[in-house]
Design a protein around this ligand. Structure first.
Ligand SMILES: C[S@@+](CC[C@H](N)C(=O)[O-])C[C@H]1O[C@@H](n2cnc3c(N)ncnc32)[C@H](O)[C@@H]1O
Length: 245
C-alpha cells in the first residue's frame, strides 16, 4: 500500500482518535518548545492540523505541511498556512523557520530518515529548534520493545523509536543541546484507537487479543486494564528538542 493510500483510508476517522486531542500531551509539547511571540513555525506532517491550531495562539505564524490531500481536507486552517508537500522535497528557502514541530510523523518516514532530519535542519534559522514528539515502548527491556514492534506490525509499516534511537537522529544530523521530556498518556483507549485507524475488523480483533494475551511484563509496564471489554493502557511518549547551532 502506498503511503498516500494509507492516509486516504485513515483520514476520515482521524479526528475521532482520542489521543490526538489529549490536552496534557499538547501542553507538554508547547511547554517544551518554548515558543516566542515572533516565531515562524513549521508543523511538519500536520495531518488535520491539531498541533498547528494549538500552536497558533503562541506565535507569529504557523505553516502546516503534509503530503496527504485526504488528511489536509479533514482539517480546519483558519489563520494557518497549509501546504501540500513532502518534507523530503525542497520547497522553502533555507534558514526560514524559528521552530519546526513534528508530532507522530517521523516513525512513518521509512526510506531515509536522516534526509528528513537534514531538511528540517536546513529550514531552521541558526538557534532554531526542532521539536519531535513520538510514542515509544513503555520500557527499553528487549522483551517489551519486541512485543511493541510485533504489535505495531499488524497495524502499519513503521519504525519503532526508543528514547536512545530517537535522540541519536538529532545528534547525528547536527542538532545540539538535545533535551528530552517524557509524557505518560493515562488510560489510552485501545478500542477507540483500533476502530478509528482504518483497520479491518479481523486486524482490530487480533491486536486487541494481543493486548489481552501480552506477557505480564508488558501488561505491568503499560498499567494495562480491561473494563467492560475496553483495554486501557498508559502510553509512553517522548518529546525531543534539539537546537541548530
Ligand atoms: C499520525 S499523523 C500525525 C498528524 C499530526 N502531526 C498530529 O499530531 O495529529 C502523521 C501525518 O504525517 C504525514 N506524513 C507522513 N510522511 C510525510 C512526509 N514525508 N511529508 C509530509 N507529511 C508526511 C501523514 O500524511 C500524516 O498526516
Amino acid at each position: 500500500m502506498s503511503d498516500r493510500h494509507f492516509w486516504n483510508i485513515r483520514a476520515k476517522n482521524y479526528d475521532k482518535l482520542y489521543w490526538t486531542k489529549d490536552a496534557g500531551y499538547i501542553a507538554k509539547i508547547i511547554e517544551a518548545a518554548r515558543f516566542g511571540r515572533n516565531d515562524l513555525v513549521l508543523d511538519v506532517g500536520t495531518g488535520t492540523g491539531a498541533m498547528a491550531r494549538s500552536i497558533r495562539p503562541h506565535v507569529r505564524h504557523v505553516v502546516g505541511l503534509d503530503f496527504s490531500d485526504s488528511m489536509l481536507q479533514q482539517g480546519r486552517w483558519e489563520g494557518i498556512s497549509m501546504v501540500k508537500w513532502d518534507i523530503n522535497d525542497i520547497l522553502f528557502r533555507n534558514h526560514l523557520f524559528d521552530k519546526i514541530v513534528g508530532r507522530m510523523v517521523f516513525h512513518h518516514i521509512l526510506d531515509n530518515l536522516d534526509r528528513a532530519f537534514l531538511r528540517c535542519f536546513d529550514l531552521l534559522k541558526s538557534r532554531g529548534k526542532l521539536i519531535v514528539a513520538e510514542g515509544v515502548p513503555p520500557g527499553e527491556d528487549p522483551e517489551i520493545v519486541d512485543w511493541y514492534t510485533e504489535m505495531f506490525k499488524h497495524k502499519e509499516t513503521r519504525r519503532t523509536f526508543t528514547p536512545t534511537s530517537l535522540v541519536r537522529y538529532f545528534a547525528k544530523n547536527g542538532f545540539q543541546d538535545v533535551q528530552t521530556v517524557r509524557y505518560k498518556m493515562r488510560r489510552f483507549n485501545i478500542n477507540n484507537w483500533l476502530v478509528n485507524s482504518g483497520l479491518r475488523k479481523t486486524t482490530q480483533t487480533l491486536i486487541l487479543n494481543m493486548h489481552r494475551d501480552a506477557p505480564d511484563k508488558v501488561k505491568a509496564a503499560y498499567g494495562m486494564a480491561f473494563e467492560n471489554g475496553v483495554c486501557y493502557i498508559d502510553t509512553e511518549n517522548l518529546i525531543v528538542v534539539g537546537a541548530k547551532p
